[in-house]
Design a protein. Sequence first.
Length: 98
Amino acid sequence: MHVTLVHVRVKSDRVDDFIDAIKANHEASITEPGNRRFDVLQDPSDPTKFILYEAYASGDDAAKHKETAHYLAWRETVEDMMAEPRKGVPYTGLFPKD
């Protein structure tokens, strides 16, 4: 399983806008072939910080996610909401196996 933890920090005045945008991306992403999880986490002590937990069956499935219309629209929509560039950290998911 291919997992990416995406660390996101948004501008404090754009948190609600970001949540709306990521909800739409989440809802479309969980319907993609190969998607296992697409969790959106918000730091309770700093609401401008998020982690996106993206799990796909393979690296190819994860790469295809970045070619979808909903991802490309999300990326463009949130670009000016970012307080700093988002950072994706890849992991290999060991368990569960599928």
